[in-house]
Design a protein around this ligand. Structure first.
Ligand SMILES: Cc1cc2nc3c(=O)[nH]c(=O)nc-3n(C[C@H](O)[C@H](O)[C@H](O)COP(=O)(O)OP(=O)(O)OC[C@H]3O[C@@H](n4cnc5c(N)ncnc54)[C@H](O)[C@@H]3O)c2cc1C
Length: 476
């Protein structure tokens, strides 16, 4: 990608590089190199995903002097994550001032980037961050962080091989890495939550998940039904309405939209730093409560849909069944049948490592919350139980102790980490906290693994600082 920053950005980038120099960062490279089977160099860390989390993790590692780090992402360069594809909202939900992936460097914040180009007055006038602008910021972040990203190349399979992982790449290549980080996003340890009866062969023609590529222009003149009422459901409904659909019906299981974003009551740095050390019962109870209370859509998204007279919201109308009727689907609901010419499932995502092909070799070894914690009967929740039980460094743990020690080098830095670590992966506010915790844990484990090599290097170290001529006449 061409690099010709605006003059303001050039000044910012110079300042950022000076700050890093003053901090003596990136630190000295200290991890001994290793030869890969068949030649080449082993990566200290391979990161799957070059979205916000992958970039923050990569830069946090680089700053700590872990130098052989490569990010892989099947997305074309500059289109990682949802922002340029299925994020159909106009702006981010988050307030603009969040420090996000800046890792404690004020010149790396969205605000610094924005003001360097548009000035302080424009910052004051800016409401929420337009989605495309956030993607532009991440593109800039990636460039100034100087990360090694292999765009267009995904990791198809992760196979433990002694002290390494063998990574089968989507372009047919192979890479070896000592640690692997899954920075794979919202569905990074699972997939879209689909409803029974929505046949795969109908996908794209009669229905789509909200994260699919959808040809909205083709929905013009049709009756579109959106199932769900979260942020993505509303944003997809708005996109269908704006593309000229004839009628838009939103089906909501509940009697009313949730109004309160209960997760916001748990903001504050104590939650970021201390969540993973809380007893399991508190973590489970609080996360379950947030799920049960549900998160309302942003009011901007509701207004965007409500602006259309041909939109309606049907409450108490959870989908109970679906059948094909000619060129349409008929959805059974407690409010009666609803005929849809296209259905968009705004049903979110679920965590289930068994759904991820790249994890096929290890998924069965991973300890899940359901293996580690039994909640009281009124707090039982099968989906929550599928979340991985992670250690303090975001690494997977073994279902059977001693059977899969390589899992301590396989780190889950995506949304599935939330139950174990709190909201320090995925969302914008505390991604830096998560990335720095991850980087330090990897440093700790690399040092421990290499301690004999470091000791040998220490024994052989012979770089004199006293040369013998400092004190004339005295033998030193
Ligand atoms: C529509 C939408 C709106 C959101 N709005 C907000 C918001 O306003 N505020 C907020 O705080 N959060 C928001 N979020 C949540 C969060 O900020 C985003 O999901 C964000 O993209 C998370 O960054 P990430 O790096 O974890 O994942 P992503 O940005 O999704 O990046 C993951 C990357 O992993 C890659 N990948 C997947 N599998 C592999 C593989 N096998 N090998 C290599 N690469 C792989 C993918 O191609 C992808 O590029 C939103 C999420 C969505 C979906």
């Amino acid at each position: 990608m061409q690099h010709d920053p605006a003059p303001g950005l050039r000044v910012l980038e110079d300042r950022l590089h000076e700050a890093l120099e003053r901090l003596q960062e990136p630190g000295t490279a200290w991890v001994p190199p290793m030869a890969a089977p068949g030649g080449g160099v082993v990566l200290d860390v391979a990161i799957l995903g070059a979205g916000m989390a992958g970039l923050a993790a990569g830069f946090a590692l680089k700053r700590e002097g872990v130098s052989r780090v490569t990010l892989f992402d099947p997305a074309p360069e500059g289109s990682e994550g949802p922002w340029a594809t299925y994020a159909r909202m106009r702006t981010l939900r988050s307030p603009k001032q969040l420090a996000g992936p800046a890792l404690g460097l004020d010149d790396l914040t969205f605000r610094a980037w924005f003001e360097a180009q548009h000035g302080a007055a424009a910052w004051e006038a800016l409401g929420k961050i337009p989605t495309g602008m956030w993607m532009d910021y991440l593109r800039w972040y990636r460039r100034v962080a100087g990360l090694d990203v292999r765009s267009g190349v995904g990791v198809a399979r992760i196979v433990p091989e002694g002290a390494l992982f063998r990574l089968a790449l989507s372009d047919g290549g192979v890479a070896f890495a000592r640690h692997v980080v899954l920075a794979t996003g919202r569905d990074g340890l699972g997939g879209p939550r689909l409803l029974p009866g929505f046949l795969p062969e109908w996908r794209g023609r009669f229905w789509a998940h909200s994260a699919d590529a959808i040809d909205f222009a083709a929905l013009a003149g049709r009756h579109v039904v959106v199932v769900g009422a979260g942020a993505s459901a509303f944003d997809n409904a708005a996109a269908a309405l704006e593309a000229g659909c004839r009628r838009l019906t939103m089906l909501l299981r509940r009697a009313a939209l949730p109004r309160v974003n209960s997760g916001k009551s748990m903001e504050g740095r104590g939650f970021w730093h201390g969540w993973h050390a809380l007893p399991a019962e508190w973590r489970w109870r609080l996360m379950l409560s947030v799920e049960r209370r549900q998160t309302p859509p942003p009011h901007e998204s509701v207004r965007r849909v409500a602006a259309h007279a041909n939109a309606m919201l049907l409450t108490g109308a959870g989908v109970q069944g679906v059948a094909r009727a000619g060129d349409a689907l008929v959805l059974e609901t407690p409010r009666g049948p609803v005929r849809a010419e296209f259905v968009i499932l705004g049903t979110g995502f679920l965590q289930d490592a068994a759904l991820r092909p790249e994890l096929a070799a290890v998924a069965g070894e991973i300890r899940l919350w359901r293996d580690a914690y039994v909640p009281p009967p009124d707090e039982a929740d099968a989906a929550l139980g599928l979340n991985p039980w992670l250690d303090e460094g975001f690494a997977f743990t073994e279902r059977e102790p001693g059977r899969a020690p390589h899992l301590a080098r396989l780190h889950c830095f995506n949304f599935a980490a939330t139950l174990s670590h709190g909201k320090v992966t995925g969302d914008v506010p505390a991604i830096s906290v998560g990335a720095q915790r991850l980087a330090r844990a990897i440093c700790t484990r690399l040092l421990a693994a290499d301690i004999a090599a470091h000791a040998a290097r220490h024994a052989a170290f012979n770089e004199p600082e006293i040369t013998g001529d400092e004190w004339p006449g005295v033998v030193l």
